[in-house]
Write a protein that binds this ligand. Structure first.
Ligand code: NAP
Ligand code: G4F
Length: 330
């Protein structure tokens, strides 16, 4: 019998890292994760959800820790999901964002190149690229050949990582793929992102625990999908004989206003405007006005398509938060 394939995931404590690790464990992989910090607050959660996963201490800014994690895990596949991923925060700590989200990709690719030595195609690499790279969009919808025009330090950092991944593929023949993923959400989404901020607030308002929701730009439009669907696309990319880049999105766009309206509708509130207040603090120095992905290549080559609709996504997030807050009362 062939040995179980193995995978190393950076960013295993994040939304996507948890879903991807669960998917790979279910597929029989020997899963390894990189975890940073001397006392990471997510360690308990990872151990509880993923008891069979082996964790390695490391940080994307510390190349020797990456080389060590590769040596210890000896993976067939590496998924580089680790990043400073909150766009608004990237203006406040642009240098840190660059070190982790941009240079961290180079550190990982270079560590992998050294690890693989003379068999550079041996380990397959996935880079978590982002629709934020399209920024001031030059095509509607956006596809793999759309010109990149990032609008935030985060977007600029992701462009670096994206091109570096392509460069290592072209320079060294590495099996390095880049997934250009549009926004994907879930009950595991960090509370700083707009969808979870809204789902938590609506749940709390419904339960009488909060009376207002303070928001920034309600006109921005995003192509929102369910994270559980999107990690399958990551895995499918690394199962292809030839590495490539793929856009992953639903092909639908909705405004933040629509998200808020749909979330309130889930708890039976139609006159939602009375709960929502605007605050300049949440407006960004430069905005990405509209994102909508054309995932035709992923559909045709990978056979991937999203399963969860926009309305289902909003409802499942609000409902999960209602249940979580209720459970907290017990
Ligand atoms: P997330 O929940 O914010 O998770 C980010 C992960 O990166 C966390 O595990 C975090 O670890 C880790 N990390 C941060 N700094 C690190 C460092 N210096 N070294 C190693 N790891 C570090 O993000 P996500 O939503 O799961 O997204 C996963 C990846 O996809 C990210 O690269 C993100 O930029 C990209 N992406 C996300 C979306 C989306 O809509 N979710 C769309 C396109 C691309 P700690 O827990 O220790 O902080
Ligand atoms: O939820 P967001 O913070 O996500 P954003 O900026 O689109 O970035 C996410 O998706 C990217 C893929 O396109 C990822 F690469 C990235 O890592 C991250 O996962 O904000 C969405 C929109 C923005 O236009 C923002 O201005 O919501 C608007 N917004 C309005 N009020 C708000 C708020 N965003 C947040 N976080 N908080 C608000 O109060």
């Amino acid at each position: 019998m062939a040995p179980a394939p193995s995978a190393l995931i950076t960013g295993i404590t994040g939304q996507d890292g948890l879903y991807l690790a669960e998917l790979l464990v279910a597929k029989g992989y020997d899963v390894h994760g990189l975890i940073r910090g001397q006392n990471n607050p997510k360690l308990g959660l990872v151990r509880e959800l993923l008891p069979t996963v082996t964790l390695h201490n490391g940080d994307l800014t510390d190349m020797s820790s990456l080389i060590r994690a590769l040596r210890e895990s000896d993976p067939d596949e590496v998924y580089n999901l680790g990043a400073v991923s909150f766009v608004a925060y990237s203006w406040e700590q642009a240098a840190l964002t660059t070190d982790v989200t941009a240079k961290g990709v180079l550190n990982m690719l270079e560590s992998l190149r050294l690890h693989c030595r003379d068999d550079l195609g041996r380990v397959r690499f996935y880079q978590a690229s982002s629709s934020e790279m399209f920024g001031k969009v030059q095509d509607v919808p956006q596809h793999e050949r759309t010109l990149l025009w990032p609008r935030s330090p985060y977007g600029v950092a992701k462009v670096f990582g994206h091109h570096m991944t392509i460069n290592y593929r072209e320079s060294y023949g590495m099996h390095a793929s880049s997934g250009i993923l549009f926004n994907h959400e879930s009950p595991r989404r960090g509370p700083e992102f707009v969808t979870r901020k809204v789902s938590q607030a609506v749940a709390r308002i419904h339960l009488g625990l909060q009376d207002e929701l303070v928001m920034g730009n309600l006109d921005a439009e995003r192509d929102w999908g369910f994270a559980g669907d999107y990690v399958e696309a990551m895995w499918l990319m690394l199962q292809q004989p030839v590495a490539d880049d793929y856009v992953i999105g639903t092909g639908e766009t909705h405004s933040v206003r629509e998200f808020v309206e749909t979330a309130f509708a889930h708890v039976g509130i139609d006159d939602w405007e009375r709960f929502v207040r605007f605050d300049e603090r949440f407006v960004r120095p430069a905005e990405v006005d509209q994102l909508i992905g054309d995932a035709a290549k992923a559909r045709d080559v990978l056979g991937w398509k999203p399963r969860v609709s926009f309305t289902e996504l909003v409802s499942l997030m609000v409902q999960a938060d209602i249940e979580a807050f209720r459970a907290g009362w017990k």
